[in-house]
Design a protein around this ligand. Structure first.
Ligand code: GLN
Length: 250
C-alpha cells in the first residue's frame, strides 16, 4: 500500500477562493487510486521538516497576509523549502503562494516585500487587478494527443516574470496569466508547480491532480509505475463545458 504525506503550509493565512480544495482533491483522488494520505497543517511558529512530506502546498493570499508570513517564511522554513526543491519534492503553489517562492514582490502601492528567492522569478504589482476565468494549455500533460487545457480563476494585482531556467506552466488561451503581456501562465521548476489559478485548480483539473500524485509516488517509491485509470465521466463533462464557454466567451 502506498502512502503520501501532504503538508499544507500556512492554511490559516494562505487560502483564498477555497484553495484548500486542492488538498481535498489530492486526498480524494489518492483514495480512489487506493493510496493513503495524511495532511499536516504547518503555520507561523511551527517547525517544518520538509523530509517528512511528499507534497507541499501553499495557497493564495492577499498582500496583507503575505506580509504577515514574510518573516516566518524567510527563516527556518525558507531553507527547508529550498532544500526540498533541490531534492525534487513536489510542490503546488497558488497565486500568493506562487509569488512567495520568487525573489520579491513590489506591491502596486509601493511596498517592497522580499520573498524566498527559491525560484528565479519576481512580481510587480499593478493598479489594475487581473480578474476572471483563465484557460491555458500545458504540453507536459496530453489529452487525446493534444496539450491539456487547464481551467481556473485568477484574481491578482501582481505581474510575475520568469527568469532563466524557469518554464511556464502553460500558454494562455483566455485570461491574463503571469503578467497579462507575455501570454504565459504559471511556473515549473524541478517538481515545483506554480499557478495563478484558484478555482480550486485541482478539483477542476483531475489530470493535473494525478500528475502531481504520480510525481510524488515516483519520488517516494522506486517500484511505483503509473496510476490506474479512474472513471472521470463527470469531471470531463464539467471541465469541457466550462472550457468551451470560456473560450467562446459565453
Ligand atoms: N497578493 C497577490 C496579488 O494581488 C496575490 C493575490 C491572491 O493570492 N489571490 O497579486
Amino acid at each position: 500500500m502506498y502512502d503520501l504525506n501532504i503538508c499544507h503550509l500556512y492554511p490559516d493565512l494562505l487560502n483564498t477562493y477555497g484553495d484548500r480544495g486542492n488538498i481535498l482533491a489530492l486526498q480524494r483522488r489518492a483514495q480512489w487510486h487506493g493510496i493513503n494520505t495524511q495532511v499536516t497543517n504547518i503555520t507561523i511558529g511551527d517547525s517544518f521538516d520538509s523530509s517528512e512530506y511528499d507534497i507541499i502546498f501553499l495557497g493564495g493570499g492577499q498582500d496583507y497576509e503575505q506580509e504577515i508570513i514574510q518573516a516566518d517564511v524567510l527563516n527556518q522554513k525558507g531553507s527547508e523549502i529550498k532544500s526540498a526543491i533541490d531534492n525534487m519534492k513536489v510542490f503546488l503553489c497558488i497565486c500568493g503562494g506562487y509569488q512567495l517562492m520568487g525573489k520579491y514582490y513590489k506591491t502596486w502601492d509601493g511596498k517592497d516585500i522580499e520573498f524566498l528567492g527559491a525560484l528565479d522569478l519576481w512580481t510587480v504589482g499593478g493598479k489594475e487587478r487581473m480578474i476572471g476565468n483563465i484557460v491555458f494549455e500545458s504540453d507536459f500533460i496530453s489529452e487525446d494527443g493534444k496539450p491539456l487545457k487547464i481551467v481556473g480563476f485568477e484574481n491578482h494585482s501582481g505581474r510575475t516574470y520568469l527568469g532563466e531556467g524557469i518554464r511556464p506552466l502553460g500558454k494562455v488561451l483566455s485570461g491574463s496569466g503571469n503578467n497579462g503581456t507575455d501570454g504565459y501562465e504559471g511556473a515549473v521548476y524541478n517538481n515545483v508547480y506554480c499557478s495563478y489559478s484558484h478555482g480550486s485548480l485541482l478539483p477542476k483539473n483531475p489530470q493535473l491532480t494525478d500528475h502531481l500524485l504520480t510525481l510524488a509516488l515516483k519520488q517516494k517509491y522506486t517500484d511505483f509505475d503509473t496510476l490506474g485509470q479512474l472513471d472521470d465521466t463527470f469531471e470531463t463533462a464539467a471541465r469541457s463545458s466550462v472550457i468551451e464557454r470560456i473560450l467562446k466567451n459565453i
